[in-house]
Design a protein around this ligand. Structure first.
Ligand code: KET
Length: 461
């Protein structure tokens, strides 16, 4: 019998979660199945002369022989499956990426303008600083916190440019873990990637109530009760606006209550702001919850993504910021963010941040941006109305009111996993297994096809 220390057991469980099947027990010089090792019921086999630490494999086989096939990503994997589908009327409503009404990727005209300005400037391609471009960071923070934000004026906000929203979430998760947080609370449901991001950062991911499936609405009283039950000092992740996947945001009064309870419980509010502009259509208004929390005195952390609102998906433009008590405290936090970033990816890319800076440093271009972002949000709203109307016209007895009640990029349709699979297999329509439809991929051309397919797989009920 082999005695395994708890730390070793944890390591083995983590390795198993990542797909490891065998382990090399050094002090015994044996190779065993991890599962049998954990259950205490292992059968040992002696390594061959050629066993190595790499893959426990013979020299004749590949070092990657023990690598199992990982499942496709639940969101990005859909795009891969969609691209491999040769059906002519296939539809991708999986990933939250905006399409124009012709179903094509959309580059905002103001982004094109900024890009040609940049080309004319003949810029170099030197490294950024670890924290990215200071001009971009300042403008990004103003965009979220507001021009008249007190902590910004008092220089007590630490900000860095990040590899878009995902990169910022990971960096902050690592920071939390490094400075003693053991867990983080995320809404149930939440963006699927939140869970592996924070798990990989070393945190236990806990869920708080957010949505009531029966009524297709915010489960506010349970949300508040769950917050009251959180251990003091816990970090709570909040979607700043246009909650993904439900499309249901708290009202301003409800945000006020959330802020109050967070203060009472000394929680650390951590905002994920990936859709600023897609909730109300006005990017400036969509920062209301963030600004309210800051005014209420919370020392929030905030991650911003410029993927959706500026349509800069592949440029990886984002920012992470932390509100401190004093400028000196903010400097210390900033130094730690840099310590986390440097060994991870050294420094962020420049081009996308330059585009956003060009736009946000000009009042005229900012106004153009707000209008163009509003245009995207409006087209999505029109598609919500058309989808609901068509389903009703087809005689569906199910209520589709939630499709127009929800906001942002997604319709949380309420379709079951089986219905989603049927939608994919029978009708070549790709949405996530939780029934989330990216309304940004619905167009005047395909809305009827989608409605008919949904009607078919839901049996009109
Ligand atoms: N937060 C939320 C809530 C979110 O929906 C996304 C992306 C991100 C952060 C990260 O985006 P980034 O491009 O790293 O700034 N969501 C869409 C794309 C994806 O899954 O990567 C989606 O849900 O389809």
């Amino acid at each position: 019998m082999l005695f395994l220390r708890p730390a070793t057991q944890t390591l083995l469980r983590q390795a198993t979660a990542k797909g490891a099947t065998t382990a090399y027990v050094r002090n015994r010089s044996i190779v065993v199945q991890v599962s049998s090792l954990l259950s205490g019921n292992y059968s040992a086999r002696t390594p061959t002369a050629n066993t190595t630490c790499r893959g426990f494999s013979d020299a004749s086989s590949s070092p990657w022989v023990d690598f199992p096939m990982a499942p496709p990503d639940p969101i990005i994997g859909l795009t891969e499956a969609f691209l491999n589908d040769d059906f002519s009327d296939k539809v991708n409503v999986g990933v939250g990426a905006y399409r124009c009404d012709l179903g094509k990727p959309f580059v905002l005209p103001v982004v094109r303008e900024a890009e040609s300005d940049l080309v004319a400037e003949d810029l170099d391609h030197e490294y950024s600083g670890i924290a990215g471009c200071p001009l971009f960071v300042n403008l990004a923070l103003k965009f979220a916190y507001g021009d008249d934000s007190v902590p910004l004026h008092e220089k007590r906000v630490a900000g860095v440019q990040t590899l878009s929203g995902t990169g910022g979430l990971r960096v902050f998760g690592e920071m939390l873990h490094k400075f003693g947080h053991k867990h983080i609370y995320v809404p149930n449901p939440t963006w699927g990637n939140h869970i592996p991001i924070f798990t990989n950062a070393g945190l236990e991911v806990r869920k708080y109530s957010y949505y009531e499936n029966e009524t297709c609405s915010l489960d506010f009283s349970n949300l508040i009760d769950d917050m009251k039950a959180m251990p003091e000092g816990s970090c709570i992740l909040l979607h700043a606006c246009a909650h993904n996947p439900t499309g249901m945001d708290p009202t301003l009064e409800q945000w006020k209550e959330i802020s109050k309870v967070a203060m009472e419980k000394k929680l650390l509010p951590f905002f994920d702001c990936a859709y600023q502009g897609f909730a109300s259509g006005d990017a400036r208004k969509d920062a209301a919850a963030i600004r309210m929390f800051v005014e209420d005195g919370h020392k929030i952390a905030l991650v911003q993504s410029f993927s959706k609102n500026f349509g800069l998906y592949g440029q990886r433009v984002g920012a992470l910021s932390v509100v401190g008590d004093t400028p000196e405290e903010a400097q210390r936090v900033l130094s730690q963010l840099k310590v986390c970033i440097r060994p991870s990816y050294s420094n962020p890319p420049r081009h996308g941040a330059r585009i956003v800076s060009k736009i946000l440093s000009s009042e005229e271009k900012t106004n153009e941006f707000v209008d163009q972002c509003m245009g995207m949000a409006k087209r999505i709203d029109e598609m919500r109305i058309k989808l609901k109307q068509t389903l009703e016209d087809l005689g569906s007895s199910r209520s589709w009111d939630h499709v127009t009640k929800q906001i942002g990029m997604f319709a949380y349709s309420g379709m079951s996993k089986d219905e989603v699979v049927a939608l994919r297999e029978k009708h070549h329509i790709y949405c996530t297994l939780d029934g989330r439809i990216s309304m940004a991929g619905v167009t005047s051309n395909n809305v009827e096809y989608i409605a008919r397919a949904i009607h078919d797989v839901t049996g009109g009920k």
